[in-house]
Design a protein around this ligand. Structure first.
Ligand SMILES: Cc1ncc(COP(=O)(O)O)c(C=O)c1O
Length: 430
């Protein structure tokens, strides 16, 4: 069916703003179908439901299989439409639309079961972790414990504090065998100078879920701040952020949550706001009505936001959260686990494949990482991409020499089978 331009603009909700749309933008947007309502989930025919979800990812190239949500998650049609609509509305009035942050913040608070005052709308996970690392009043010799699988976005903010203030960074190796080993490894590093414990909620290279609440209790027994790098957990499975026992939590909008690029959510417990001094700061962070004068911080996590921002990004991020709620958050987690188990069963049958992600319930979710000693990770990753159009993620961290597969709502069991077949063929030819 072809539609004329006026009808297209009506369908994507642009209406009168269409006259302002740049031709390149329109050309790209015509490829995005208007959103359709999701059917009710029928446990007898689950794939029908997931096909309807997949249809909401009209912008995702159908000639490739996308297994890299842990790197960057594609945005669904409702998200892209919200982004485009708000951007054009705001450009029409040449207005920032800052008042659109408050409703988006409320949606984020509902999603993570926090209070809106505890939510800062950031640009990525790294920004949230940097707020904590630079804002806590740490002194030379104070100690921070992080996991050795931390992404640079989780480790560099602390190593920067080492450079600037002489903070000591200690590292524990995540134990894939379960919670006890992780608690023991962290406990062994704690001293009277331990001021911060940070974990990756789900480790980026191999997808191990670390026991956040138990580690939080351990941190608080020793008076340490507990920060969670949640880049890989926000949107992978549901939780109430307060139940994690953390003082602060940072995640990205542009991974498992399916928000636009350069979006993030940072949570900080309301009662601990004054322990983290804002470092990047300006308009919106506080009030300073006259100069000279006294600066008062905004009495919420908004104190960490500043300056002109893109309202389209945060409105579209809120749309992404609502889209996940519409699918069902437990259903999303279950889908990821089911696909990961399906893929595991296939890969386990191939001689020469070692799976690095733990299989036990509760120790992993929607990520599966495998190692093929016969062929290095770069070659395996490269062949999967070039010869089979399978987009995974190479894992070189800590010498792991592996390939990571992220499984999300738009993926299917037959895509996992395609990957299994490809790995088998590649190894046979090696
Ligand atoms: C555990 C972890 N932390 C932080 C990051 C950085 O995320 P961002 O670039 O959104 O800050 C990533 C990215 O993959 C990650 O996996």
């Amino acid at each position: 069916m072809t539609i004329n331009r006026k009808e297209f603009l009506r369908q994507v909700g642009l209406g009168a703003f269409g006259a302002l749309a740049a031709p390149a933008l329109l050309a790209r947007e015509t490829a995005i179908a208007p959103p359709v309502a999701l059917p009710a989930f029928d446990g007898q025919k689950p794939e029908d439901f997931w096909r309807a979800v997949r249809a909401q990812y009209a912008s995702l190239d159908p000639t490739l299989v996308y297994f890299n949500t842990g790197g960057l998650g594609p945005a669904s049609t409702p998200v892209l439409n919200a982004f485009t609509r708000v951007m054009l509305e705001r450009q029409k009035e040449s207005d920032t639309g800052h008042e659109q942050f408050a409703p988006a913040r409320k949606v984020a608070a509902r999603f993570f079961q926090a209070q809106p005052e505890e939510i800062c709308l950031t640009r990525n996970t790294t920004e949230g972790t940097s707020i904590v690392a630079s804002g806590l009043r740490l002194a030379a010799g104070d100690e921070v414990i992080i996991d050795s699988h931390a992404h640079p976005g989780g480790s560099i903010p602390w190593y920067n504090q080492h450079k600037i203030r002489g903070v000591v960074v200690k590292v524990f190796e995540p134990d894939p065998a379960g919670p006890d080993g992780n608690l023991e490894r962290i406990r062994a590093l704690i001293t009277a100078r331990t001021k911060v414990i940070q974990i990756s909620h789900v480790t980026s290279p191999t997808g191990i879920i670390l026991p956040a609440a138990a580690i939080g209790r351990l941190a608080h027994e020793h008076g340490a701040w507990f920060h969670i790098d949640g880049a890989q957990s926000g949107g992978m499975f549901p939780f109430a952020v307060r139940d994690l026992g953390c003082d602060s939590y940072a995640t990205s909008g542009h991974k498992w949550l399916g928000g636009p690029h350069e979006t993030g959510i940072f949570f900080i417990r309301r009662e601990r706001l004054d322990d983290v001094a804002p470092s990047g700061i300006g308009a919106y962070s506080g009030s300073l009505p006259h100069l000279p004068g006294e600066l008062t911080y905004t009495p919420s996590a908004v104190r960490y936001e500043y300056g002109t921002r893109n309202a389209a990004s945060v409105v579209a991020l809120a749309e992404a959260l609502k889209f996940q709620e519409a699918i069902g958050r437990e259903r999303i987690a279950d889908r990821g686990r089911t696909l990961a188990a399906h893929l595991r069963r296939g890969l386990e049958k191939i001689p020469g494949v070692e799976i690095l992600t733990p299989a036990e319930a509760g120790l992993s979710g929607s990520i599966l990482t495998f190692h093929t000693p016969k062929l290095g990770y770069e070659k395996m990753f490269g062949k999967l991409w070039k010869d089979y159009r399978l987009r995974c993620r190479p894992v070189d961290e800590q010498g792991l020499d592996a390939v990571r597969v992220s499984l999300h709502v738009f993926n299917f069991p037959d895509e996992c089978d395609h990957l299994v077949g490809a790995v088998g063929e590649i190894l046979k030819k090696t």
